[in-house]
Structure formats: C-alpha cells, structure tokens
Write a protein that binds this ligand. Structure first.
Ligand SMILES: *Cc1c(COP(=O)(O)O)cnc(C)c1O
Ligand SMILES: [Zn+2]
Length: 413
C-alpha cells in the first residue's frame, strides 16, 4: 500500500539495532523487535533554509515539513494543529521563584490538546498509504483528535476507549462522527485489544501500526519552542509523560535542530512529570532502574494513565543523558496545579497540565530547577475537558439571594 509520493523520511530505522526499512506501515524491527522510527537525511537539510521555510510556511506544525513524515508536496490532513502560543509566565514564575519561565500552551489546538499534532501526521500518512479507516486506543484526547481529523479526511473512524473516561471526551468523539467502542477495562486493556484488532482488520491505528509516524508529530513542539525563542534552545523543559513519546521527541527535535545547524549547540535538560497514581517511569528514575515496571493506574490524570508506557525506557534515557529529572505529584497537587496556572497566567489546563505544573513546583522548591534556568513547561490539554476533576474542590465564593444588601453584608463581613 505504499505510494511513490512519500518522499521524506528517507527510511524507517530501528531504535535499538539501526536496521533500515522502507517507509511503510511497519512498527517493529524484524531483527531485534525494537521499535522503528523515521530517519532523515540530515546532511541534506540546511539549517538556514529550514528556518526560512518555517517562517514562510503555514501557521501549523507543517511549517517544519522537512523534518516530518510525508515531506514537501504531500496532501495533508491539516486542521491547523500547532503553532500555539509560547507564553512568558512571569506571574507563575514569581510564585515559584523562577525568573525565566515559559508556558508552551497546547491547550488551544483544534480539538484542545497536543494530540492534534501527532494525529495530523498519522492520518496524513494513513491516507497516503491507502487506508480507508483510521482507529486508535485512547485515554481521551487522542480519541477527539483522531475523530476530528478523520472527519476532515472523510475516512471511517473507530475509537477504542476505557468505558469510564471523562464524559466530555467521549461525547465530543461521537459528535465528530467516530464510532466509539467503550471497553470494560483500563487503557492498557484497550491497547492490548487494539493490537489484536490491528492484526485482524486493515485499519490504520494511529498509535499502533502508524506509531512511528504518529510520534514524530510531537517533534513539532520542540521545533516551535526553538523558533518562538528566536531560534535558540531553552535550558530546561518539563514534559508530562504518558507513553513517554512526547518527552523523547522534544529531545529529538532539539538534537535535530542542532545537527542541521538551525540553532546553536548548547546543553539543555529534559525532565518528565507523572502523577503518583501512575508513575512507572518516575519510580524507575528514582530507583536508578533501566527497566520500567508496569503499574495499574489509579489517577484523575486520565490522559496520563498508561501503566505500561511504550517509550518509558527511552524517556528514562533522555532524562539521565541530559541531566534532567522525572518526578511525580499527589492527586491533590494535580488540582492545585490546575488552579495555580489558571489563577496566575489565565490558562485553564486539564489534569495532565496540573501534573506538569505540580511537578514544576516541586522541582523549583527542591532546587532541581535553578531560578536562573530558562525553563519551558508543556501544557498539553484543555481544562474544559476534565471539569470533573475540580468538582467538590472549587466552590462558589458566595451564595446569595438576588439582593444587594445581602451581598454587601457578605462581601464586607
Ligand atoms: C497523550 C498526552 C500526553 C503524553 O503523551 P505521550 O507522548 O504518550 O507521553 C500528555 N498530555 C496530554 C494532555 C495527553 O493527552
Ligand atoms: Zn532492530
């Protein structure tokens, strides 16, 4: 089902043994069962031209097409994901004692999470490969993004989710016209089922048989951060971890920018954030382990609730290699993190963003982040999707009759 128009990347390459394969719907190395990822001919990419092309390109992730799957000239499935605000977060920085803090605000994508980036790439490639139906196993945001892009591409869409997911995420997926398969079980059960369905049916599963392409979309968050800083890299990034792909791909984006000469070479640290109720990677980091032991997730941060993270060992490697950290926060700190970001910067994030902010706060308090370090925290989803998390935590300040005297008495009392 390959098409001759699929120009870049040059090949798929095994992340363990380096064996190369054609650009096809493949995920696993036949030699060593390692995961495959796209490999680019970085020698042929000129850093200056990369920057100029970005400046002249669309206001979406596709402005970085030279280092994304599909490459120039391909017909894209593009709802405008990406090129989201990088916000200088002085109010939050002041509260945390950090002098140079930025928030990369991916809560404002077309379906309100960073998953629009990965899905735009995966569905583009699925259509290019000739698939007629797309599908995914999702913790929620991926369901929304896949359904939205499938609608735009006029592809059939089947979305597998744990049946007890947040209502907003399930209902929106249905509104986009996808067929929702609500599975009795957690995300890891859903994922196992999808791997079996992917063997049985000729569907493009964005995060199973399309995974090498899907994950590449995350690099655009790294490219954008550099471009929005004026084509330079920050000192430290703090990234939420579910499968670990986003964290490893931000690192890959930075190293590719250095390799092609689009930014000056410098040291930077990549840190990860998990919730206490699902912290397999953070626990492995703390223990000094090289393996990640799967857990059974129990957290309000549903979008991060992957107990057996596919890229966990790579996320560990990135944190260790760059001098970063991987931590966790309590369930109450997730709510506090959501409130802290909204009340200081006017950005209302979902539970995953609460995890990022809570971990940022812990790292600042523990001196893991230096006050002078230029730090970017990744806010990957929108708070209006996980409103349940604040139920019973935040209440109206005043409950009054429609009566001025009663209100004034309460206000002054
Ligand atoms: C999926 C997701 C992540 C993490 O993605 P991985 O690449 O699987 O680690 C982070 N934040 C939100 C809101 C997500 O939906
Ligand atoms: Zn291999």
């Amino acid at each position: 089902m390959t098409s001759s128009r699929v120009a870049t990347p040059a090949a798929l390459q095994c992340r363990i043994c380096g064996a190369q394969y054609a650009v096809e719907p493949l995920t696993i190395c036949e030699e060593c069962f390692g995961p495959l990822e796209p490999a680019y001919d970085l020698q042929s990419v000129d850093g200056e031209k990369f920057r100029a092309d970005a400046a002249a390109g669309p206001r979406s992730l596709w402005r970085y097409e030279q280092l994304l799957p599909g490459g120039p000239g391909i017909e894209r499935v593009d709802l405008g994901a990406g090129f989201t605000p990088l916000r200088k977060a002085d109010n939050l920085g002041e509260r945390l004692g950090l002098k140079r803090l930025w928030i990369k605000d991916d809560s404002v994508n077309p379906s309100y999470s960073f998953k629009d980036r990965v899905v735009s790439v995966a569905v583009t490639m699925a259509r290019e490969f000739g698939f007629k139906a797309v599908s995914c196993a999702s913790t929620g945001n991926l369901a929304n993004a896949t359904a939205a892009h499938a609608a735009k591409a006029k592809l059939e869409c089947y979305v597998f989710v744990p049946e007890d997911l947040e209502r907003a995420k399930i209902l929106a997926t249905e509104a986009y016209g996808a067929k929702v398969v609500a599975v009795k079980g957690n995300y890891d059960d859903v994922n196992r089922l999808c791997s079996e369905v992917a063997e049985a049916l000729p569907w493009a599963f964005v995060n199973v048989n399309m995974r090498p392409y899907y994950a590449e979309g995350s690099k655009s968050l790294g490219f954008e951060t550099a471009e929005q800083l004026g084509w330079r890299l920050p000192d430290h990034v703090v990234v939420p971890i579910a499968s670990g792909a986003l964290m490893t791909k931000i690192h890959r984006a930075f190293s590719e920018l250095i390799a092609v000469g689009a930014v000056e070479e410098k040291a930077y640290r990549v840190s990860g954030a998990q919730p206490e109720g699902c912290r397999p990677v953070a626990q492995a980091f703390l223990d000094g382990a090289t393996e990640v032991t799967p857990v059974k997730p129990d957290t309000i941060a549903r979008s991060l609730a992957i107990g057996s993270p596919a890229d966990g060992i790579f996320a560990l490697e990135v944190a260790r290699k760059t001098g970063g950290h991987i931590g966790w926060c309590t369930e109450m700190e997730i709510r506090e993190g959501i409130e802290l970001l909204a009340s200081t910067e006017g950005v209302f994030t979902e539970t995953a963003g609460g995890v990022t902010i809570a971990n940022l706060k812990r790292m600042a308090e523990q001196g893991i982040i230096d006050p002078e370090e230029e730090t970017v925290a990744y806010i990957t989803g929108n708070g209006y999707k996980t409103i349940e998390a604040l139920e019973g935590y935040l209440e109206p300040t005043y409950n009054v009759a429609a009566d001025l005297d009663e209100f004034l008495a309460l206000l002054n009392g």
